[in-house]
Structure formats: structure tokens, C-alpha cells
Design a protein around this ligand. Structure first.
Ligand code: SF4
Length: 374
């Protein structure tokens, strides 16, 4: 058989693989701990593993991280890695250190097929899904290289957000084992509250995640009405806001937190007026237990969109807060290394003719008679 990358197996998968080699389950647990807790990539390092198993593994398995193309460290401590995933594609991961936590933002696809108007990844188009090994390799590399860098024997990454490149719920079969590895006490041991899947609203998969691995959920909302959301998040045409909010309520029955986080990217003159804040209140208050996270837009030339002024963001936030909706304004991190939200571009061999898709719908801009802002 071809040698397999063990980074792609959750504990169940690894147990099944070991069984094929005629080994007992506890051997799989030992192996899993060596890989994920100790960051070992060489079977010879695994001193308490039977010599006979180490010999069986040689030639049949390997533990291989993604090649690092570049690493950038921001003045604020944020670190961005660009990983090579082959075929001319590269994906990005970002580590965001804070006083009480270390968060890793992980990619799930090379590019993204959803094509959100304000997202640099979306503008690149879609190349392919990452497999489980490629998703978990981002965490494996970041955790163990940061431990070395900070000379720490403790866990450095305390939170994972699936908010990098790609729509994780459109790569569900690879995502689920990766999430299980993050949560596994023999792996990264993160609580379900500290692992967040961010989705643009793939309703049937929200329902499946609720049954399979109900971690914290963030939903990219970005608009209070369907006509505007249709333009900003094209997936809305398939799963409109009312259906999405119903799925959020179903999800809350099993979620580890008692609220959904709604992400709302603040776009100057597009979705940031006080009237739109009122519409948002009407949409959400008393309907879904939620928090609103307002994200200052990170402009990139192809978007034709601009960041809302601070005053506008504050005024918008005040309407929400006054209505009783918990609202935060996200601090931008890693601005100087293009690691902020929506700026992850990587490198993608676009197979989707994204340019053609992008020109089809001009964003209706308030006060500009429906013209695209330039
Ligand atoms: S915001 Fe998320 S879902 Fe939308 S295009 Fe970007 S990566 Fe894809």
C-alpha cells in the first residue's frame, strides 16, 4: 500500500489503520499522542512505542507537514504563514496572540467558491478542498513551532477558528475529522467552546454539524435584508436569511455556547447606515440568541468597496447595543502583514472563472444611485 500521512487520521481512523497492521487500539492512542501532543514526525523518536510497530510503520506511513513558503511577523505579534499545498496553490494560517489566549485561524480550502464581494479569497476563485491532513497540518505546525519559539512546554494555541481561506462547511468530510482531532484529549484537547466554525450559511451542513461535532458557530451575515445579502454573499440566494436563522436556532439546541456569533463586515455606504442597524435589530432581537461582531473592512483594489469610518461603525454599534444586542467591534490585527480578516489571499489556481462571476452583480450603494463605489 502507498504510505499514508498520519496527520489525516483522527483517533478512530488511526485505530483502524493500526488494526490493519495487527496492532491494538492502545498503540494507536500512543501514536496519536506522540504526533499531536509532542509534535513528533519521526517514528524513531517514539521511544515507548514497540520496536516492532515502529518497523511496521516505516514505509507504510509518514507524518508530513505542509512546506512553509513564507512567514511574516507583525509588529503586534500576529504571525502569518503561507503553506504550499501543491499544484500552484498555497493557503494561509494566522496566529493571533492575546493576553489570555492564542488563536489560530485555519484555512479549509484553496480559494473559495462562495465569492463574497468583500473577501480577497472569494475574488481568487476556487481551486480545491484541503484534505484532513492539510487542515490539521496547519495546527500541528503552528503549535509545535510556536512552542519551540516561545520555549514553552505548555499549549500555545488555546483557540482555533475555521475562518481562514475557504468555506469549511463546503468541505465537510475533511473538516469533521480535523475538528475531532482538535477536541480529542489525546490530541489538542481544546474544548468545544474554543473551536469555532465560521460559515457563510450552508444551512444543511449547519444541521449536520449540530449532530456530528457541535462546536461554536459564527455566521457571516453582513446584511440585514435578502436583496443586499444576495449581492454580498451569493450563497444567500440558495439559503436566504430566514432559513439561515432557523438553522441557527436549531444549532443552539446543541451548541457549546448559548449564542451564535454573527459577523458583519462594515462597508462604507453599503450596509452601515443607522437604518440598516435598525433593520438588523428587527431581524435578530428576540429571534436568535446572538452576539454581533462588527468587522472593519480591509480594502483590496478588486473589491471596489471602502471601509466604513470609525464614527459610522460606532454609530451602528450604538443602535445595536441600545437595543440590547451584545455587540463588539473587532480590533484589526496583523494589518501590516495583510493578515487581517478578509485579506487572506494565498495563491490559488482559479478553476472557477471567478472574474466572470464577480462582474455580474454591482453592489447597490446607498446614496450613490446603485453605482459601485470607486
Ligand atoms: S468570506 Fe468566507 S465564504 Fe465568503 S468568499 Fe471569503 S472565504 Fe469564502
Amino acid at each position: 500500500m502507498n504510505a499514508v500521512n498520519l496527520l489525516g487520521f483522527d483517533l478512530e481512523g488511526l485505530a483502524a489503520f493500526c488494526e490493519q497492521l495487527g496492532e491494538k487500539r492502545f498503540r494507536a492512542t500512543q501514536l496519536f499522542r506522540w504526533i499531536h501532543q509532542k509534535g513528533a514526525s519521526d517514528f524513531e523518536q517514539m521511544s515507548d512505542l514497540a520496536k516492532s510497530l515502529r518497523e511496521k510503520l516505516r514505509g507504510k506511513a509518514h507524518i508530513t507537514a505542509l512546506p512553509v513558503i513564507s512567514e511574516h511577523v507583525s509588529a503586534d505579534g500576529t504571525i502569518k504563514w503561507l503553506f504550499d499545498v501543491g499544484g500552484g496553490n498555497a493557503v494561509e494560517s494566522v496566529f493571533i496572540p492575546e493576553d489570555d489566549r492564542g488563536t489560530l485561524c485555519v484555512s479549509s480550502q484553496a480559494g473559495c467558491a462562495v465569492g463574497c464581494r468583500f473577501c480577497s479569497t472569494g475574488h481568487q476563485g476556487f481551486s480545491r478542498n484541503l484534505d484532513t491532513a492539510e487542515i490539521i497540518a496547519q495546527l500541528w505546525y503552528a503549535e509545535h513551532s510556536l512552542r519551540q519559539r516561545f520555549k514553552s512546554s505548555e499549549r500555545v494555541i488555546t483557540n482555533v477558528v475555521m475562518m481562514g481561506m475557504g468555506e469549511p462547511l463546503q468541505n465537510y468530510s475533511a473538516l469533521v475529522p480535523a475538528l475531532r482531532m482538535m477536541l480529542d484529549d489525546h490530541g489538542y484537547g481544546l474544548s468545544r467552546r474554543r473551536v469555532t466554525v465560521s460559515t457563510s450559511g450552508v444551512v444543511p451542513m449547519i444541521d449536520r454539524l449540530r449532530e456530528d461535532v457541535p462546536v461554536a458557530l459564527a455566521v457571516s451575515l453582513h446584511a440585514p435584508t435578502d436583496p443586499l445579502r444576495d449581492q454580498l454573499v451569493p450563497l444567500n440566494k440558495k439559503y436566504p436569511i430566514a432559513e439561515l436563522l432557523e438553522a441557527c436556532n436549531r444549532y443552539l439546541e446543541k451548541a457549546p455556547r448559548d449564542f451564535i456569533t454573527f459577523e458583519y463586515c462594515m462597508l462604507d455606504g453599503v450596509n452601515d447606515t443607522p437604518e440598516q442597524a435598525e433593520q438588523l435589530v428587527k431581524l435578530l432581537r428576540g429571534k436568535v440568541s446572538c452576539k454581533l461582531n462588527l468587522i472593519p473592512f480591509n480594502p483590496f483594489p478588486a473589491s471596489g468597496l471602502k471601509r466604513s469610518s470609525n464614527a459610522r461603525v460606532q454609530a451602528f454599534a450604538e443602535v445595536l447595543i441600545k437595543s440590547g444586542i451584545v455587540t463588539t467591534v473587532r480590533k484589526t490585527r496583523g494589518d501590516d502583514i495583510d493578515a487581517a480578516c478578509g485579506q487572506l489571499a494565498g495563491e490559488v489556481q482559479d478553476r472557477t472563472r471567478v472574474e466572470q462571476r464577480m462582474v455580474r452583480a454591482p453592489v447597490v450603494v446607498h446614496g450613490l444611485g446603485g453605482r459601485n463605489p470607486q
